[in-house]
Design a protein around this ligand. Sequence first.
Ligand SMILES: *Cc1c(COP(=O)(O)O)cnc(C)c1O
Length: 394
Amino acid sequence: MNVPLLDLQAQLAYLKDELQAAVLKVLDSTRYIQGPEVEALEKEVAEYSGVPYGIGVSSGTDALLVSLMALDIGHGDLVLTTPYSFFATMGVVLRLGARPVFADIDPVSYNIDPRRMEEILDADKERRIKAIIPVHLYGQCADMAAILALAERYGLPVIEDAAQAIGAEYPLATAQGTRILRAGSMGISGCFSFFPSKNLGGIGDGGMVVSHNKEFADKVNLLRNHGAYPKYYHSMVGGNFRLDPIQAAALRVKLPYLDGWHKKRSDNARVYNTLFQAAGLVGQGAVVTPTAVYRDGGSDSGADNYHIYNQYVIRAHRRDDLRDWLLARDIGCEIYYPVALHRQKCLGTGYDDISLPIAEKAADETLALPIYPELTVEMQEYVVSTIAQFYMNR
Ligand SMILES: *Cc1c(COP(=O)(O)O)cnc(C)c1O
């Protein structure tokens, strides 16, 4: 059996007619820059996320970059973020001449640990840290209650890297009771990626910034278009970070399917968890299955998307050998991510003395397994039995 990590053909099989019609509509309209498809998607994604403003941009990376630009982050500034993420989270900081400061992660959620953040913010006596970028890794929100409390105490803006987490829900405790909020709606900026492997993926690159702050949204809107207002008058330096209307049209076809896909992914996660348990692989030091940390003991609180499982990531003993074993048996898997950000070569020697043991251990142990919505139970059984064989044989 062949089980790919992601099978976009399986999705195309039932979306092709709709997608073709949407793409051809843009073609025929000759509205190739901005226009009604982009505006409609902005409105729909903002509404989906529970915020008033959405600004379509060229990628998730550019969503982060333009957010930092809108906050005037630049040379000499520090940005507090996680060491365990896709490179873009730190790349945008470096591109603006700022430097990342890393707080180690929580070993269960793999998300930035607010306790480590607090230590770093306390030690930053010169107040050089100018923004915080938590990442909602694998599709599960970082601990936003604690992060927002720190942000408020230190007067810092929060940019949510929600590239992997569109629609992920977070139970924010307030004086009026618990409010279920969606990824991207809690900071001043929420950054989404429509890279084809994300839960809401385009047919090419795309991204969006969402916000509840009008002033911020207006600034992002200008910056994505060279800071021009009116046309050819530039009060600030932006870039071409616009979203392609063909992508917007394709994404509008897919958006109504998104919650169904989230559900299938979390159903698949439950199947995996059960299969791993039944195979005796959990608690034997072989495999640690992922935890949806905000799920209220499975009770129905009106919110299901505590984890949208953009990735189903296990910790595995002898991870690299297991990966080779699975790949040799036609099972797709991937390491997200093999090198913690503070260990990336592009940083030079400046971070050599920094030790972030939980992120470094995750980089050595994590392995993402196929979790896409069209995955069948038979395929999952094959994945888990092949993993069981690996641990039996050696
Ligand atoms: C995918 C991703 C990005 C970048 O998004 P692109 O659309 O590929 O530029 C940024 N951060 C995280 C955590 C991601 O997973």
